[in-house]
Ligand binder design. Structure first.
Ligand code: GAL
Length: 817
């Protein structure tokens, strides 16, 4: 149970945005108890029966789903009390040093005790915190840390997760060291010849005497070559901190950009009498951003946001942080043509931001979904007055070295929009807090009211006004507020279930199947098909682009089922067992829905073509089936069983969409973004060919599938790291004997895993499934399912076998090195 904390200089990771050489991962060997535990903060407390686990951990994802929990929050047990304890040795040699414990995120309202003494509290689950625990420790002996979390019912509009769900670190430093999130690197001048790098590093002196030290900043190119160095000698009085401000010119800088996300590294060393007291590294990028009423510019080039809003959960894995899960998520988004992420509606994990830096994605980092006026009774509103300043400043401090971040959002759909007297003042206050920490990026907020926040001076408090679901107002805002830069901070909110098609096409509110047809038309009253936003973005090129709601399906908020709107404070269990969202362009597994391809057709240029629906309509022979094609080709020709159904020209041949959303007068929209045919059904082969400049460049074929005959497995990566945290995603398909996907198959699949890994989650993207994410079986949904495998720390082969009654089984082998 005891983990020995060894030497001071353990490792200097090369990944990670900011890290000190002395940081030790503190995730292993915790004890967990999910209930009230009288006296669990005390040293003598008997924890021998508690469950042993490693962090990051989300207890709620373990389930079970139950209608006694709010479907709005995923129908999972995320509220209650969670206790974590850990026994650890601190070496005698750490005496006289500064020992800190850092939590990158704990959900929610964390209280932390060390050896029975309360060391601090931090309510907001989405921003990390650290405590100096030096004075509470027993040096050369056993120590006990206890953490209590109390996430509340009715505290969130989506699934928040529960537990110490991000990484933890133990830091043993000399008394003089770089402060927490202590570096701030900006690049005020960037030209082809040189970049000026400005570095403000906060250094703490926890000694009883003043300290004279030299701060050495050395800069390394993306290739790891030293490209600049500065030194500053300074004296820091006892028990205080000081900022070392230096600048350095870097010749011929490689700019951070979307296609070339070059990253530099600064290594900060604190030297005293020839001894290095601390060494801390910060990754940063050299890039230039600007904006005006006509748009947003990256390195001088106008960029429009092809953006997605993303919640923080990773589907079946819950809220627990896995770097690979975020990487896969972002890669899928990039494949759709995404260039920007809005971290709705809270600061994301450090990993997500590091990945955006590495993958060339722009980020809007959002602080809050609520200020002091509640959306749900026990939300962050309870803590806002006391904590908002600290939390928003911490967000900026934590994140301001990420080149990917290009905007700070002070809030989403804040109810203070209505408050003429105080709304703008709170907005100004938060905006000022952000500017105090970083003046190099614009601020924003997502406003869903119109024209309230523009008339009551709230929208004017931020640099860029985000408009949620108001494409029809982009022109009016331009006319009335000609200098206000704008963009669609939340758009579309179209809903669908992967692979589900209801005929005839209807714009219904809900459907008895508890699913939503995937013809990409249906949504709640404020929602509209993606096409409408495309249209208005084209009409108003001064809009900086859009962030769709949402890139991925997420746990909770199962609109159009279960609940009404943002002001529904109660439970959303009216359509149980529905418990996860339909808004994603991809489902909870990460499998693309049709909408993924509609965005891809608008946001990418490499020829692509997509066809819907599936072609299994037994009993409907001779009846017209609407067939939609999403493509970025110039023309497309459809063939049924070899016979042409006609060629259609993109931009000329329009598809009529039923539209019915607030403040939009025509109830129909002639879309140039989709091609369509009415095809009398006959089983067989439906094929579409895409042409560019008259040449056939892409095709897509859908066959009528026969009876389910076999399982097919494919893995996203054949080789993974034996790190104990790496993941392999295995896609499961139910196929007929010819290898066609059986589009309505729901066979139960059983998994068996052997070797150097574990099966940690299964899913199928069905928003109404109550099967456990942690079972060793899963039904297929629309013919597909997913198995997620985690490596162990031992290298070796991992073999996953999938079986199902009456089907030929399948096997996949993954190598963990
Ligand atoms: C918005 C809100 C989002 C989500 C979305 C669903 O109003 O900001 O968090 O609830 O609606 O359409």
């Amino acid at each position: 149970m005891k983990q020995i904390v060894t030497g001071l200089i353990l490792f200097l990771l090369t990944i990670g945005n900011t890290l000190s050489a002395q940081d030790q991962n503190f995730n292993k060997s915790w004890l967990f108890f999910n209930d009230k535990a009288e006296g669990a903060e005390k040293v003598q407390f008997d924890d021998s029966s508690w469950r042993k686990l490693d962090l990051p951990h989300d207890w709620a994802i373990e389930g079970p789903f139950d209608s006694k929990y709010n479907a709005r929050c995923g129908g999972l047990p995320f509220h209650g009390i969670g206790w974590y304890r850990k026994h650890f040795l601190i070496p005698e040699s750490a005496k006289g040093k500064v020992v800190r414990i850092e939590f990158e995120g704990a959900m929610y309202d964390a209280y932390v005790w060390v050896n029975g003494k309360l060391v601090g509290n931090h309510p907001y689950g989405y921003i990390g915190f650290e405590f100096d625990i030096s004075q509470y420790l027993n040096y050369g002996q056993d120590n006990i840390i206890a953490v209590r979390l109390t996430p509340q019912d009715l505290s969130s509009r989506w699934y928040p997760g529960a537990g110490i769900y991000r990484n933890t670190w133990l830091k043993i430093d000399e008394a003089v060291h770089v402060a927490h999130w202590g570096t701030y690197i900006t690049t005020p001048t960037v030209t082809d010849q040189k970049a000026t790098v400005q570095n403000e590093t906060t250094i703490e002196n926890k000694n009883n005497q003043e300290a004279t030290i030299t701060v050495i900043q050395e800069y390394f190119s993306p290739e790891g070559k030293s490209v600049g160095k500065t030194e500053e000698t300074m004296t820091i009085p006892a028990h205080s901190s000081k900022v070392s401000g230096t600048w350095c010119n870097i010749k011929e800088p490689k700019r951070w950009d979307l296609a070339t996300p070059h990253l530099y590294r600064a290594v900060t060393s604190i030297e005293q009498n020839g001894k290095i007291l601390d060494s801390y590294q910060t990754r940063f990028g050299i890039r230039h951003i600007s904006y005006n009423k006509d748009g947003f510019y990256l390195n001088g080039r106008k960029i429009r946001f092809n953006g997605v809003c993303l919640h923080h959960d990773n589907g079946a894995l819950g809220a627990a942080v896995y770097r690979r899960a975020d990487e896969r998520k972002l890669q899928i988004m990039k494949d759709m043509g995404v260039n920007a992420i809005r971290t709705s509606h809270n600061p994301p994990s450090k990993e997500l931001l590091e990945l955006c830096d590495e993958m060339g994605l722009l980020v809007q980092d959002e602080a809050f979904d609520v200020w002091s006026m509640p959306k749900v009774p026990n939300g962050y509103n309870v803590f806002f007055n006391e904590w908002a300043e600290r939390d928003i400043k911490d967000m900026v401090k934590r994140d301001r070295n990420h080149p990917s971040i290009v905007m700070w959002s002070i809030g989403n759909e804040i109810l203070e929009q209505k408050d003429k007297k105080y709304g703008w003042k709170t907005a100004k206050m938060l905006n000022d807090y952000v500017k105090e920490m970083d003046k190099t990026r614009p601020t924003t907020a997502g406003f869903n009211h119109y024209s309230g926040p523009y008339d009551n001076n709230m929208a004017q408090q931020v640099d860029i006004a985000g408009m949620n679901y108001k494409p029809t107002k982009y022109g009016e805002v331009r006319d009335n507020y000609p200098n206000l830069p704008i963009y669609g901070s939340e758009t579309s909110s179209c809903t669908s279930s992967r692979g589900v098609y209801h005929l005839p096409i209807e714009k219904y509110k809900t459907h008895e199947s508890l699913h939503v047809s995937s013809y990409d038309l249906i949504g709640p009253p404020w929602a509209y098909p993606p096409d409408i936003e495309f249209h208005f973005q084209e009409q108003y090129p001064h809009s900086m682009g859009e962030f769709i709601w949402t890139g991925f399906d997420y746990l909770g908020e199962p609109t159009p089922y279960g609940g009404k709107d943002n002001s529904t404070n109660g439970y959303w269990n009216g359509d149980w067992p529905v418990h996860s969202s339909y808004f994603g362009a991809v489902d909870l597994c990460g499998f693309p829905k049709d909408r993924f391809f509609l965005y891809q057709s608008q946001w990418t240029s490499k020829p692509m073509i997509h066809l819907l629906p599936h072609w299994n309509w037994k009993g409907m022979e001779g009846q017209n089936i609407p067939v939609y094609c999403y493509t970025n080709c110039d023309e497309a020709e459809l063939f049924l069983n070899g016979k042409s159904m006609g060629k259609k020209v993109k931009g000329k041949d329009l598809t009529e969409l039923k539209v019915d959303f607030l403040r939009y007068e025509p109830k129909t929209f002639m879309s140039k973004y989709r091609l369509s045919w009415d095809v009398p059904y006959a089983a067989g082969e439906l094929k579409v060919v895409g042409y560019k400049n008259g040449q056939a460049v892409q095709e897509k074929i859908i066959h009528t599938a026969g009876k389910p005959a076999k399982i097919s497995l494919s893995v996203d990566r054949k080789n993974i790291d034996a790190s104990g945290t790496d993941l392999a995603y295995v896609t499961v398909r139910i196929e007929d004997k010819n290898g066609n996907l059986c589009p309505t198959a729901d066979n139960q699949i059983f998994f068996k895993l052997r070797g150097a890994g574990s099966l940690i989650a299964v899913d199928n993207g069905n928003q109404a499934s109550l099967e456990s994410f942690q079972a060793n079986h899963r039904k297929a949904f629309s013919g597909m399912a997913l198995a997620i495998i985690k490596s162990t720390e031992t290298a070796g082969n991992i073999q996953l076998t999938a079986t199902s009654k009456g089907l030929k089984s399948a096997k996949v082998v993954i190598i963990s090195k």
